[in-house]
Design a protein around this ligand. Structure first.
Ligand SMILES: [Zn+2]
Length: 239
């Protein structure tokens, strides 16, 4: 049996059990294994690995692992241009429905099907150059996945903050440009055109409306949106 040591840096320690005592982990292996395989065996998916150093020297994760070496594994820093396509867009795992709505509400292109299986999600991510967000680290280990991130937070608003910070998206927020329900591209509509569809209170208090051409849903800046906007402004003022 061969052995090497792996030291996870910074946010990559999130993949270890909370009470993990040692920053350096001894990993035993047999035969020829890549660094990538051995690092992923600790629960760290490759899309979160920025670089590795073997005995202090930069190396490639796909290299065959040396025996008795020390491998330092570095995460990407928030805002690193290597973690996202130029035009940011996402595909989200089925358990992230609320985060999907929030991202779309802020104008981001999010592919979401609550019942999509892992091979489908990985395929969409790879072929459409979409960042795969999930709380399933096994999904991120699929070879096809290039842009991907394991969402740490469980609360949807905290998840939104996490994503905006990681991808440096604050300057790209464009509310009321995407349909939160179906990802359609919204357009503005005259109040008169949608008047018959509005509740009496909405008719009185709101004058600006948007409609989704795909599902027909009508939107206005109601209390739900205003609460999110207020909360988001607070967060953006103190990033
Ligand atoms: Zn729609």
């Amino acid at each position: 049996m061969k052995e090497l040591k792996i030291r996870l840096i910074g946010a990559l320690n999130d993949f270890l059990p909370k009470d993990h005592p040692e920053p350096t982990i001894r990993v035993a292996f047999q035969g020829s294994q890549t660094y990538k395989h051995l690092i992923e065996s600790l629960g760290v998916p490759h899309p979160e690995i920025a670089e590795i150093r073997v005995n202090g020297n930069p190396d490639e994760v796909n290299q065959i692992a040396l025996e008795d070496c020390t491998v330092e594994v570095f995460p990407y820093q928030p805002g690193d241009p290597r973690i996202r396509p130029e035009v940011i867009r996402f595909v989200l795992d089925g358990h992230l429905g609320k985060l999907t709505s929030y991202l779309r509400l802020l104008g981001f292109d999010v592919d979401y099907r609550y019942d999509a299986d892992d091979p489908t999600l990985a395929e969409i991510s790879a072929t459409e150059n979409r960042i795969l967000l999930t709380r399933d680290r096994g999904l991120l280990k699929r070879n096809q996945v290039h842009f991907g991130y394991w969402i740490r937070a469980q609360d949807p608003r905290q998840q939104l903050v996490e994503v905006i910070r990681r991808y440096g998206m604050a300057g790209e927020i464009l509310p009321f440009s995407r349909c939160p329900k179906c990802n359609g591209v919204l357009h503005t509509v005259e109040k008169a055109a949608v008047l018959p569809n509005l509740l009496p209170q909405t008719r009185v208090y709101y004058d600006r409306f948007w409609q989704c051409p795909d599902c027909g849903q009508i939107y206005w800046q109601g209390s739900h949106y205003q609460h999110l906007q207020t909360w988001l402004n607070g967060f953006l003022a103190n990033p």
